[in-house]
Design a protein around this ligand. Structure first.
Ligand code: NAD
Ligand code: MG
Length: 371
């Protein structure tokens, strides 16, 4: 099947600008599509053990047909792969192939592969080009846009990394056909987030089309991915290094990270599941702080629930304590002068940053969500 590009999103970042192409069968046509972005005929494809059986062969076949020289690295799947040890072994493996600064790294996989490979690309030989081929909904709408790359440390997630933009991103929506439904749903939380931040029309569109696109309607899915990438690209173009507006992308994340951390990152709770609950908590807290009408918060929870997502801390299959969650929030990266910066909302599509809101109200909101 020839590639069909359904949508294109331009990420406008001066000389670091790039295009995200969204469509079907982009992986089997990868070499052809990527040819304009390659400075040499050598590629290093890095993927994980779950993605490789489905998508590595078509990618390799397209490269062979284009007479590209390819080395492939298949890493273990999972968050543990974003580690110093995997970073070191990947760097050494690539150095053993004697790469040049014109050779290109290709990240084929979800956010774990994208973040690790992006960081390796930023630092190997002081930086060589890389292309993202994200294969999870989360990586397609979030981690492949905006140039944050990195690995985890024993002190916390994503604490070592770089802002480093790819040459191009190719999103093959067919890759979602093998993604476990739970992962798709977790990625969908980030899609909903874009509507909640600043686009009420998109949220209404999701209320109407979300259930169908989650059932596999590809055209609707491509539209939702495109809209999400546009939304993130817009924010990133205005604030590449998170000096201000980019922080709005953390809607639901302060609460979400606190819940994720309490669950111990062992797969009990996926990131997007934490974000789904976190967005509901952010809206509930906004209601209690007198910022947002209750109906708006109810509408957010209703949509997430209709799609089969968790909306309350009590939905988490793990015993949670309000105090633990409050303490976890105090460890959040988004702290300014000792005060946590929350993303709250005056309504759907009307989010705002609030530094140090009333901590008792935040705690009460969490306690209610735990009941
Ligand atoms: P992931 O990469 O671990 O993928 C989830 C699971 O799905 C893995 O088991 C993977 O092997 C499997 N998988 C991937 N594609 C598949 C496919 N098409 N078919 C079947 N299985 C497939 O996780 P993720 O949710 O994609 O990304 C999470 C990571 O992204 C986290 O480390 C997070 O910190 C990071 N992230 C980064 C940014 C950023 O701006 N850089 C933004 C959001 C999240
Ligand atoms: Mg997120």
């Amino acid at each position: 099947m020839p590639a069909e590009i359904l949508e294109r999103v331009f990420v406008d970042l001066a000389d670091r600008s790039y295009t995200i192409s969204i469509g079907s069968d982009l992986i089997p046509s990868f070499a052809e599509l990527a040819s304009d972005h390659l400075q040499s005929d050598r590629l290093f494809i890095i993927t994980d053990e779950n993605v490789a059986p489905h998508y590595l062969s078509p990618l390799l076949e397209s490269c062979a047909a284009a007479h590209l020289h390819v080395e492939t690295v298949i890493l273990p799947a999972g968050e543990q792969t974003k580690s110093f040890s995997q970073y070191e072994s990947l760097i050494n493996r690539l150095l053993s192939y004697k790469p040049s600064r014109k050779d290109c790294l290709v990240a084929l996989g979800g956010g774990v592969i994208g973040d690790l490979v992006g960081y390796v690309a930023s630092s190997l030989l002081r930086g060589l080009p890389f292309i993202q081929v994200p294969t999870t909904l989360l990586s397609q709408v979030d981690s492949s846009v905006g140039g944050k790359t990195g690995i985890n440390t024993k002190y916390g997630k994503n604490l070592v990394g770089a802002f480093y933009q790819p040459e191009a991103v190719f999103i093959d929506i067919n890759s979602l056909s093998t993604l476990p439904a739970r992962e798709t749903l977790a990625g969908y939380a980030e899609v909903v987030k874009y509507g909640l931040i600043n686009d009420e029309t998109f949220f209404s569109w999701l209320e109407e089309n979300g259930p169908s696109l989650l059932k596999g309607d590809k055209d609707l899915m491509a539209q939702a991915i495109s809209k999400s990438c546009q939304s993130k690209a817009q924010v990133v173009s205005e604030d590449e290094r998170e000096g201000g507006k980019r922080a709005l992308l953390n809607l639901g994340h302060t609460f979400g990270h606190a819940i994720e951390a309490a669950c111990g990152y062992d797969g009990t709770l996926l990131h997007g599941e934490g974000v789904s609950i976190g967005m509901c908590l952010a809206f509930e807290a906004s209601v209690h702080l007198g910022l947002c009408p209750q109906e708006e918060a109810d509408r957010v929870a209703r949509h997430l629930k209709a799609c089969g997502m968790m909306t309350r801390a009590a939905d988490v299959p793990h015993t949670l304590e309000a105090d633990t969650l409050v303490n976890n929030m105090a460890q959040d990266k988004k702290i300014e002068a000792g005060e946590i910066v929350f993303v709250l909302a005056e309504g759907i599509g009307k989010s705002l940053l609030v530094k140090g809101p009333d901590s008792q109200i935040i705690k009460t909101t969490i306690m209610r969500s735990l009941k």
